[in-house]
Design a protein. Sequence first.
Length: 198
Amino acid sequence: MSVTLDLMRHGEPVGGRRYRGQIDDPLSEKGWTQMRAAVGNAAPWSRIVTSPLLRARAFAEMLAATHGLPLTLDERLMEVGFGQWEGKSAAEIEQAAPGTLARFKADPVHARPAGAEPLADFHARVAAGLEDLLAHHAGQHVLLVGHAGVIRMALAWALHIPLEHAYGIEVATASLTRLRFDDGRASLVFHGSTRVDP
């Protein structure tokens, strides 16, 4: 039995780009506009699953209510905890410790900020959420509204990408990625779309 899984990153939050992690900032007006534009009037899904963080959840709740779709919140789909980087911009991180971000992107497994969630733990919790999703929604087309890190972990899990390469995957704001699972085998249908493709 196949499952089609669309993964949507949230739009821009209040406060703009920063290593937000699990800080619960809401979407900005621009963020709402980005997400509405990506979806338009389309609703090809049978259900929606979302991170509980407001920047993902608020749009998921609105979309589910508009189209009468069942909605599930899953704590396992929260963004990675960034420890000392939470709430900081790239410029602030670099000013405090030049070269830090380049080291992190080159080795996201070991060059993590102090207090950050280990990448293997993050991968394991996202994978557990996805395994449950596939087990319970066979034959369905599911929308997951979440975060760049969650989408990276989903792709790493589904396509067997080593975690040390996960941050080589760019995930644009309010973009969509589609995975199809056939008897447990995953295929990437598209990545980085700015419009829903029925």
